[in-house]
Write a new protein. Structure first.
Length: 153
């Protein structure tokens, strides 16, 4: 088994994101690994704002993305402070795109050794225990994927 030097946690800012971050931060500290926090702003949301902007409404796609990024970094800063995770071992990666594609690209670009992703607990045969992004990550990731399930889920 190869050494785990980089762990990526996919944070979607759901109700259990802080618990997932804390779990992954503890795991990274125990393994003395770098923690990469990945968040994807869904391109569908950006395209919707762009469409509204093209209709003449007072919205700006660039400001929308900038405001979301700033808010998410502020939330992540709170997670980091509360967890006590050392900042020098933390990297935040924000991307705009399709969540699965963007996460897979981050895995490759950052040379990740382990991915931690949430299990949403959706119902239905195609999403029995996982969300569609988590399911795709498990099926296609070139590295091991650990699913996190909160007691709230």
């Amino acid at each position: 088994m190869s050494e785990i030097k980089k762990i990526m946690v996919a944070i979607g800012f759901t109700d259990y994101s802080e618990a997932k971050f804390n779990y992954t931060a503890k795991l990274a500290m125990n393994l003395n690994a770098q923690l990469i926090v990945a968040n994807v702003i869904n391109v569908r949301d950006v395209e919707a704002i762009s469409k509204i902007e093209s209709m003449g409404y007072e919205v700006d796609t660039k400001n929308y993305v900038k405001d979301i990024e700033e808010a998410r970094v502020a939330d992540l800063d709170k997670f980091v402070i509360d967890s006590g995770f050392p900042r020098e071992k933390l990297k935040i990666v924000l991307k705009v795109g399709h969540p699965f594609d963007a996460l897979m690209k981050i895995v490759e670009e950052e040379d990740v050794d382990l991915v931690v992703i949430g299990a949403k607990g959706r119902i239905g045969p195609e999403h029995f225990l996982l969300g569609s992004v988590a399911e795709k990550m498990i099926r296609h990731s070139p590295v091991p994927v650990l699913t996190f399930r909160s007691k709230k889920t």
